[in-house]
Design a protein around this ligand. Structure first.
Ligand SMILES: Nc1ncnc2c1ncn2[C@@H]1O[C@H](COP(=O)(O)OP(=O)(O)OP(=O)(O)O)[C@@H](O)[C@H]1O
Ligand SMILES: [Mg+2]
Length: 255
């Protein structure tokens, strides 16, 4: 099982959008996929899981809890219908309290990595939807990941936080060597000056930038509002085309 953390401490850059749609695309391509919603906002869960679920990812972080991912994972559903090959460990706001308690425990940063180790034969790919903070939850994601998928948007300060993120990853992992892929999200061909600026900033990382750019596409947003992946909401649109291309690229990573 390859474990990819979708991470960026900047809010609203497309972590959940990528988690949900890449996860769906990978499952559709035949990979056995596990999504971990590691964000107390529970946005991935809103689309593919059950926010009211009794058992959520929080159980992993409760002291003395015997529950593992096998018990917590539920089949992903789109409007009630099970999605083949796709499981999700759901999250909701209660995770925020567990995270605070966890911050005081030893070996706290390895909880998720240890839990994933036990299901590594059950899935081909695990995607972790990280929260937009660099607290103990994100650190668990960082510890567990084989690769970081880092969404960046076409905005003036898009890359400022990436250097900080690299610093945190290096500290947590105790090495500067780690695998990552930057994913450009929200591309709009009309904003040429901005695009040139961001592409210029990305040049030093060129070897680690996904070829696929996710275009700014209103149906991606509408699909989220309608609590479904863009694949089912707008099968023939640009959003689906871009996520199909990204899926192929990600299948090829670490293959
Ligand atoms: N390519 C896109 N085109 C149009 N809308 C997009 C695109 N990517 C993301 N969005 C929209 O932007 C908003 C933020 O995206 P998303 O929730 O994926 O970001 P996030 O990084 O997970 O945010 P948070 O940091 O709060 O977890 C959502 O409303 C989403 O639908
Ligand atoms: Mg999110």
């Amino acid at each position: 099982m390859r474990i990819y953390a979708v991470i960026n401490q900047k809010g609203g850059v497309g972590k959940t959008t990528i988690d949900v749609n890449l996860g769906y695309g990978l499952a559709k391509s035949g990979k056995r996929v596990l999504l971990i919603d590691l964000d107390p906002q529970g946005h991935s869960t809103t689309v593919l899981g059950d926010q009211g679920a009794e058992l959520t990812v929080k159980e992993l972080f409760e002291s003395g809890s015997k529950l593992g991912i096998k018990e917590l994972a539920q089949p992903a559903r789109v409007h009630g219908e099970v999605v083949e090959n796709l499981d999700i460990v759901p999250s909701n706001i209660k995770l925020a309290v567990s995270a605070e308690n966890l911050a005081a425990r030893i070996h706290r940063e390895k909880v998720l990595a240890n839990a994933l180790e036990k299901v590594k034969g059950d899935y081909d790919i695990c995607l972790i939807d990280c929260p937009p903070t660099l607290g103990v939850l994100a650190v668990n994601g960082i510890f567990a990941a084989d690769r970081f998928l880092i969404p960046v948007t076409y905005a003036r300060y898009a890359l400022d936080g990436v250097a900080d993120l690299f610093g945190i990853i290096s500290t947590v992992r105790e090495t500067d060597e780690f695998n990552y892929t930057i994913i450009r999200n929200g591309y709009d061909s009309r904003t040429k000056t901005t695009n040139d600026f961001i592409e210029g900033q990305l040049e030093p990382f060129a070897a680690n930038v996904a070829k696929t750019r996710i275009r700014k596409t209103e149906t991606i947003n509408q699909a989220a509002i309608n609590a479904e992946p863009v694949f089912t909401f707008d099968a023939k649109g640009n959003g689906t085309a871009d996520f199909e291309a990204l899926t192929k690229e990600v299948v090829g990573l670490d293959a």
